[in-house]
Design a protein around this ligand. Structure first.
Ligand SMILES: N[C@@H](CCC(=O)N[C@@H](CS)C(=O)NCC(=O)O)C(=O)O
Length: 215
């Protein structure tokens, strides 16, 4: 099936764009990619041309538009039921949805203090107490899932839940936030995904710098 277009922003910085992009690539779903650069001085006002929220990602399916990363991946899961983008087991699927929703609506301190940045030089950053709590919760989610599934991904094979958490791998690496065994194990799984490598390489090659998120 074609007719899908994913509109994203800079691969260096746009963690919400990365999530559905990783799902599309990893599940080998054909799509067209359109990158619309951030325009920070003008508050990315041009995003309104394709996004009702003025935010990315946006998925266009012929003349239908879905915005918001989680709604997009849910739409893809319905469009391609045979690909099992969520775990097949009902309880695991509910678990995967619960942690994906937790990621989508939470971890604000961790996300604010350590913006995703594919090209950042690795250098340590001291998290606030709230940031540390967020990180501890993420690590506990990963440890529980990997223990239960046996890895290498949260539910054994790659699912939407992994895409939702993938940008945290960049944050942990670039800001040297943790070297726990769980993080190391999960980092290896995520970073060996061909889709991750493709995104990271493209992000590193981008010439645009957004000073406001260069921490
Ligand atoms: N809840 C939204 C968040 C989207 C979002 O914040 N996207 C950022 C880029 S990663 C954006 O478009 N920022 C532009 C702006 O806020 O002006 C989602 O999950 O898609």
């Amino acid at each position: 099936m074609s007719g899908l277009e994913l509109i994203i922003a800079n691969k260096k910085y746009s963690s919400w764009s990365m999530r559905p992009w990783l799902v599309l690539k990893t599940f080998e779903i054909e799509f067209m990619e359109t990158l619309s650069e951030f325009d920070i001085p003008n508050n990315s006002a041009h995003f309104i041309e394709f996004s009702p929220t003025k935010k990315v990602p946006v998925l266009k399916h012929e003349d239908f538009t879905v915005w918001d990363s989680l709604a997009i991946v849910e739409y893809l899961a319905e469009l391609f039921p045979e690909k099992n983008l969520w775990p097949e087991d009902r309880e695991q699927r509910a678990h995967a949805r619960a942690i994906s929703c937790e990621m989508h609506s939470g971890f604000l301190a961790l996300r604010d203090e350590c913006p995703m940045n594919m090209a950042r030089e690795v250098s340590p950053l001291a998290l606030s107490p709230e940031g540390k709590r967020d990180l501890a919760r993420v690590e506990s989610i990963w440890a529980t899932c990997l223990d239960q599934s046996g890895g290498p991904f949260l539910f054994g094979r790659f699912t939407i839940a992994d895409a939702m958490f993938a940008p945290v791998i960049n944050r942990i690496e670039k800001y040297r936030l943790s070297s726990s065994a769980t993080v190391e194990q999960y980092t290896t799984a995520i970073k060996t995904l061909p889709a991750w490598q493709e995104w990271e390489d493209a992000g590193k090659a981008e010439p645009w710098i957004c000073e406001n998120v260069e921490v």
